[in-house]
Design a protein around this ligand. Structure first.
Ligand code: MN
Length: 242
């Protein structure tokens, strides 16, 4: 029997500069996800929506940590197949970051997966930590010690991904698990949020605004006030006792 549930709410916004919103989100039961699509014509929108829809269906069939990772592989296969069948959408792809409450041997766990540079953060005891690992050029440079996190946020090549969903026949997501504690708050977001707001601003909003929907709204407002150069998506999830 599960001990916890997720109280979640999400907001997605086109931002101040882009003509269309290629981000997409899901908040449903034990699962939440953010996807940031890319590709000309309608490719970006198609990729992010198809990936999230496929993830939801696949996770529902196997709601476990391994099932969540497999759901990302299914999402990849679905987007890749759709691009093969629709040459005008060739090259489309999407990031994905997802968190799910899963049960393992009677204990609840939070399973987290990502491909690309959409992120999951955990706010615990007022401290913000990142659970995901970006697949991006600037993330490789940060890991190599060649760039700081702040430099990465404004680097001209910050949008270059080293891995994405749907651009090849196979993908292997980054996975991590966390032990949930009542009071934990998680954030899923696209790069349009964290490239506009440094971690301390994200932390301040998450700590100050109790309601998940209001917190997500406030984060998107702040990112727009900071420029809104990209599509912005924020999903806020609170771990609560069932
Ligand atoms: Mn983006």
């Amino acid at each position: 029997m599960s001990q916890y549930q997720l109280r979640h709410a999400g907001v997605t916004d086109t931002g101040n500069v882009r003509a269309v919103n290629q981000d997409w989100l899901l908040t449903e039961g034990d699962l939440a996800a953010v996807a940031d699509g890319m590709g000309g014509r309608s490719g970006g929108e198609v990729a992010s929506r198809l990936a999230v829809d496929t993830l939801r269906e696949a996770f529902a069939a196997d709601p476990t940590a391994t099932g969540l990772a497999e759901a990302v592989r299914r999402a990849n296969a679905a987007v890749w197949a759709h691009a093969e069948a629709h040459p005008d959408l060739a090259g489309m792809g999407t990031t994905i970051a997802a968190v799910a409450r899963v049960s393992e041997g009677g204990d609840d766990r939070l399973a987290v997966v990502n491909v690309g540079d959409s992120r999951a953060y955990l706010l615990q005891d007022g401290r913000l930590t990142r659970l995901t690992a970006d697949h991006s050029l600037v993330a490789d440079l940060v890991r190599a010690g060649a760039l700081s996190e702040d430099e990465a946020r404004t680097h001209p090549e910050r949008h270059v991904l080293t891995l994405a969903v749907g651009v090849g026949p196979d993908v292997e997501p980054h996975t991590v698990e966390a032990v949930p504690t009542p009071g934990d708050r998680l954030l899923l977001c696209s790069d349009g949020l964290f490239n506009e707001l440094p971690d301390d601003e994200i932390t301040a909003v998450l700590a100050a605004v109790a309601d998940p929907a209001e917190a997500a709204t406030r984060l998107v407002e702040r990112a727009n006030e900071a420029g809104g150069h990209d599509n912005i998506t924020a999903v806020v999830l609170d771990v609560v006792t069932r």
